[in-house]
Design a protein around this ligand. Structure first.
Ligand code: ATP
Ligand code: MG
Length: 635
């Protein structure tokens, strides 16, 4: 029997050792026992990081939707697969059973086939968090089309760039979307994007907000009538394990978007196995990940991972602040959510609000809390642990990337003792290494370096769509025979990993490498501070000095700014040392963020070094207006 579900620390170490001693044998056993294949592989793994070329389960045949849907029908047909919670709390939630899901996916798949979509074609999905989004993703997988989901908060120019990069002929969208008290004209954004996308021949439009919108003759079609007419069963296309399943663009914190390509077999095995263990998922649980399906977190841990385990996965259309800041907790109580997975940006935003919004609700159903997307600062970690988890639900701080397809470094809840700000231990099968700038591996404990992975895992991205050279240069050229993540990390005395931020964000001050995350962590602990971001700027003597952008909790904070700045530096001196003191502190009302809520330090770096002539691609910014404000107030 394979070790599909790890239950205690001893077992973790034992399975981990097994998984790295003989990775092929380990993953073969997992793949064989827990998934349905139409044909078994000829070879478990072949790889060469110098090309790079990675193949898992070569020769195997399968369809991932048979694993995520069909195989559950005999035993879980009436179980809720997707629990849809709408933006408006007064609109009824929808329980989509595995049987319903099967029918809806088959109908959608037939509609796509009728539109001429074939195996290997790219389909752009630009939909809000409504059931059609998950259904469309699975329908593509059903017929072997490659989905490219673009987060429906991206602008028309960002959408056009992504459609053209992957040469999509068809776009799925909706008449509009709800976002808190606002409605967004999604179809209008698509129309504008398509002015620059000559390759798109058809647009399928789901109805969500029921507004009158222009439909272009011959190109645009309402989706529902087509679904109604479509046949309710659809034979699954038999795919090769290494056939592409999807393209997903990275969130765009650092520059031109990269279309990461994930393939079918390995991705399925790893997303499902990590889901089971990282969330300690059990049959009767109700699991909720608040991410959007437009991000990798939503692909792996709203759709594929949970459904491959026959889970009930919540899909939430709304935002944490609507109708008030208690919405998350209202939903947890209402659906008796057992696992709750969100991002530090959401936690920090909610931590600014009154605790009344939480205390009103019964959160006793919760067993596991998760965090992903950025380093979670210590204060936010404690707030989450105390107020949401009531110190009863372990927090899994999961480090991973669009490129990795699944969670890489993480505690296993009730198994790995947690420490705030530490992602703790590598997941089963993951072999991390910390490297110095000269290319030497830093072995041993209490070391900081660049975080690399030494050996392939099943869900590693296989290439960047249309640009294999960029894939090699970005991830495999820094260190021989290693995948380089671009992030820095510290390994402590017990072997726990702490992610210190992107390597680009490491600032060398007077010859000392300073990661930005621990300094921000220290600043955020000041009672008046809500959030902060640190960047380096050129300095005559030190080489670089630190510039801090700080958001205060109270807009009208009456205390003297100079004193606050002194206190902040005092705090940094105590926590980290005088070397990490900030030369400049600017108090701001907001920080430039990507649509996934991450701070875009690239822009802050330019402002700090007074180089604002060319700020680069800002099309993925959530709040471009704040950039102007920061430039005007720059020191
Ligand atoms: P781009 O690659 O386009 O700049 P991005 O890196 O933000 O965008 P993602 O793949 O969504 O796109 O994010 C992965 C990155 O998020 C990681 O490389 C890391 O910097 C950060 N990250 C994710 N989870 C964690 C975590 N638990 N702790 C610290 N950092 C994290
Ligand atoms: Mg990245």
């Amino acid at each position: 029997m394979s070790n599909y579900h790890i239950k205690h620390l001893e077992e973790y170490f034992q399975v981990y050792r097994k998984s790295v001693r003989n990775p092929e044998a380990f993953w073969e056993e997992i793949a064989e026992e827990h998934f349905v294949w139409r044909k078994k592989w000829n070879n478990v793994l072949s790889w060469d990081f110098s090309k790079p070329e990675i193949k898992w389960f070569e020769g195997a045949k399968l369809n991932i939707t048979e694993n995520c849907i069909d195989r559950h029908l005999p035993t879980r047909g009436d179980k809720t697969a997707i629990l849809f919670e709408p933006n408006d709390p007064n609109e009824e939630a929808q329980h989509i059973t595995y049987r319903d899901l099967h029918e809806r996916v088959c109908r959608m798949a037939n509609v796509l086939l009728d539109q001429g979509v074939k195996k290997g074609d790219r389909v752009c999905i630009y939909l809000p968090m409504i059931p059609e989004l998950a259904v469309a993703v699975l329908a593509c997988a059903r017929i072997g089309a490659i989905h490219s989901v673009v987060f429906a908060g991206f602008s028309s120019s960002a959408l056009a760039a992504r459609i053209n990069d992957s040469d999509c002929k068809i776009v799925l969208t909706s008449d509009g979307s709800y976002r808190g008290s606002k409605t967004i004209d999604l179809k209008g954004i698509v129309d504008k994007a398509l002015d620059n996308c000559p390759g798109v021949k058809s647009v399928l439009v789901a109805k969500r907000i029921n507004t009158d919108i222009p439909m272009k003759d011959g190109r645009d079609h309402w989706l529902q009538p087509l679904l109604d007419e479509a046949y309710a069963d659809c034979v699954a296309e038999i795919m090769d394990a290494e056939d592409p399943l999807f393209i997903l663009y990275t969130s765009g914190s650092t520059g031109k978007p990269k279309g990461m390509v994930h393939t079918t077999g390995g991705y399925m095995v790893y997303s499902a196995y990590t889901f089971k263990n990282v969330f300690q998922y059990r049959e009767e649980d109700v699991y909720w990940c608040t991410a959007d399906i437009g991000w990798i977190t939503g692909h792996s841990y709203i759709v594929y991972g949970p459904l491959a385990n026959g889970a009930t996965t919540v899909m939430f259309e709304g935002v944490p602040s609507y109708p008030d800041f208690g919405r998350f907790w209202e939903v947890v109580e209402k659906h008796k959510v057992t696992q709750f997975y969100t991002a530090p940006t959401a936690i920090r935003a909610l931590a600014k609000e009154n605790l009344e919004f939480i205390d009103k609700y019964d959160l006793s159903s919760l067993k596991v809390l998760g965090s992903v997307g950025e380093p979670i600062n210590e204060e936010a970690w404690h707030w989450y642990n105390t107020n949401v988890g009531k110190k009863n639900s372990p927090i899994v701080d999961t480090w991973w990337q669009t490129e990795t397809g699944g969670i890489m470094i993480t505690p296993i809840p009730y198994v790995t003792p947690t420490t705030p700000t530490y992602a703790t231990l590598p997941f089963i099968g993951i072999q991390p290494a910390l490297m110095d700038e000269e290319g030497k591996e830093l072995k041993g404990k209490q070391v900081s370096g660049r975080l690399c992975i030494k050996y392939p895992w099943p869900s590693i991205a296989r290439t960047i769509w249309g640009d294999h050279d960029r894939y090699r240069d970005t991830y495999f050229s820094a260190y021989k025979d290693m995948y380089f993540s671009g992030d820095g990390a510290f390994r402590d005395a017990v072997g726990y990993y702490r992610i210190t931020g992107r390597v680009d964000d490491v600032v060398i001050v007077s010859g000392h490498n300073l990661g930005t995350a621990p300094i921000e962590d220290s600043i955020n602990e000041h009672p008046a501070v809500a959030e902060s971001a640190i960047v380096g700027f050129p300095h005559d003597i030190k080489g670089n000095a630190l510039y801090g952008y700080v958001i205060l909790k109270e807009v009208g904070e009456s205390r003297n700014r100079e004193n606050l700045a002194k206190e902040i530096n005092q705090q940094i001196t105590e926590h980290i040392g005088p070397i990490a003191k900030l030369d400049k502190i600017q108090f701001v009302s907001g920080l430039p963020k990507t649509r996934s809520g991450k701070i875009m330090r690239r822009i802050l770096r330019k402002i700090a070094s007074k180089d604002t002539s060319n700020l680069g691609d800002t099309s993925t910014l959530l709040n471009p207006e704040v950039v102007e404000e920061i430039i005007n107030g720059a020191l």
